[in-house]
Design a protein around this ligand. Structure first.
Ligand code: PA5
Length: 442
């Protein structure tokens, strides 16, 4: 089937048929609350229809800006944090070459048929070493900036932007620097919006009704992704198809509702931690994006499933022991990619000193999939329920489906838990202390 699918078969021993019937009316009620836009935070539901209802003219400007960046810069610095960073990073890694930045520009051109800039992220931390090394890495190469902040006031990206703006201005002069800065922010408020208007930067809007962690399919995610030569039309098409599918399907055949139900049944049995598992490195940042989405949306009022992630098989050699044998408060959601996008066949060697000849003739992916099968069985035997999301391939289309799948599941799950999935009051606590310690005037 050429679409993502969700599968609860490997959790059957942990979820009784009666539990599905018991939770079904609750999940359906939460879904209705979302569809009818009657739940808390309903002023932030713009993402629900985003794949089909977006500003076409602005989208064309995004694509044109991406082309301009490809022409004007060897390096694009994307500045943002949280929802203004993770979606783009996830998409670049999921759809792109694993060593995108390390390829020569010729290598990137051969791979995607275009001149593509190296892309680095800044504003994701307050590390002086990280920023210094990034500045060193860019050196005297041409660069452009995409600064992204919905509020326009977040400290980490604001500091990084101040630094890179200055470098850009001293390199090109103020006028030329302005043509190399692309700002993605609120339509009317915030320091970044004021600055962008004053300086005349090309500006893109994070819609008022779309919160940061739900903003990947707005210019927040689309501009960096398009600059990397990834097909954003496909990303949006995948999300649009997912929207149509999950809007109309009944509980039994609606993968979003099934996922919401399964994870909440497991939570009620003490499975308080959801481990997002992958066997392909391209999925690492998809899990990081997912962690922010679910962590910030559900983790409030003393409630929520703790979202964590592991990269297998590497983490089987570090976290494997705990998962197999530690406290039984975990369940796993495994992201499985059917077609890994490359093939390596293992060959026979005459000496067989490493003892691997028994694998000769198999592809590495077949070995990977057996590792996944063996792990699933071991974890089930160890009392860890497994849910599975099958992805046909690492394409923009399937990533679009996946983004939408998780966004919708997250909103419904939040309502099921009885929280407002669209606010994040807890994020302010550290900021207040930091500003007080730094002597910021309110
Ligand atoms: O989901 C959210 O709203 C937050 O995590 C934000 O994405 C994050 O704090 C960055 O905010 P901003 O885009 O306003 O700089």
């Amino acid at each position: 089937m050429n679409q993502i699918t969700f599968d609860t078969r490997a959790a059957a021993q942990f979820i009784q048929p009666s539990e599905w019937s018991a939770i079904e009316p609750q999940v359906s009620a939460a879904a209705k609350l979302l569809e009818r836009r009657k739940g808390p935070g309903n002023e932030f539901l713009g993402w629900l229809d985003l794949p089909v209802k977006y500003d076409r003219a602005e989208y064309r400007r995004v694509l044109a800006a991406a082309k301009r960046i490809q022409k004007q810069a060897e390096v694009l610095v994307v500045i943002g944090i949280g929802g203004s960073y993770l979606g783009a990073k996830a998409a670049l890694d999921f759809c792109g070459h694993h060593f995108y930045n390390n390829l020569t520009s010729k290598g990137r051109r051969q791979w995607l048929g275009k001149n593509l800039p190296e892309i680095y992220f800044a504003g994701t931390n307050l590390s002086s070493a990280y920023l210094t090394h990034l500045i060193e890495l860019i050196g005297d190469r041409s660069f452009a900036i995409n600064v992204i902040s919905k509020s326009g006031t977040t400290t980490e990206p604001a500091i990084a932007f101040r630094l890179f703006k200055k470098i850009l201005e001293s390199k090109y002069g103020v006028e030329e620097a302005r043509k190399r800065i692309y700002a993605t922010t609120d339509s009317h408020k915030g320091a970044l919006k004021t600055l962008a208007d004053q300086e005349g930067y090309e500006t893109f809007v994070v819609p008022d009704d779309v919160g940061g962690r739900f903003s990947v399919l707005t210019p927040v995610g689309l501009l960096p992704v398009a600059a990397a030569g990834i097909d954003t039309n496909e990303l949006l098409r995948g999300a649009a198809d997912a929207r149509a599918r999950y809007k109309s399907a009944p509980f039994e055949s609606n993968d979003v509702l099934q996922y919401v139900a399964a994870r909440n049944i497991l939570l009620r049995k003490g499975k308080e931690i959801e481990l997002m598992v992958n066997y392909e490195p391209r999925l690492h940042y998809v899990a990081e994006w997912w962690k922010q989405l679910f962590g910030e949306s559900e983790g409030k009022d003393g409630k929520g499933i703790f979202p964590a992630s592991v990269d297998f098989t590497s983490d089987l050699h570090s976290m494997g022991q705990y998962i197999q044998d530690g406290r039984r408060h975990l369940f796993e959601t495994v992201l499985e990619i059917t077609d890994p996008g490359a093939e390596i066949v293992l060959e026979k060697e005459t000496s067989d000193l490493d003892g691997l000849n028994y694998l000769a003739g198999l592809t590495l992916d077949e070995v990977n999939k057996k590792a996944a099968e063996g792990t699933r069985q071991a974890h089930l035997d160890g009392g860890v329920p497994n849910l599975t999301l099958h992805l046909p391939a690492g394409t923009p289309y399937h990533l679009g489906e996946l983004f939408y799948f998780f966004e919708k599941a997250c909103a419904i799950s939040g309502y099921l838990l009885g929280v407002n999935p669209f606010d994040q009051p807890g994020v302010e606590a550290y900021k207040k202390n930091m500003f007080r310690l730094l002597g910021k005037k309110s």
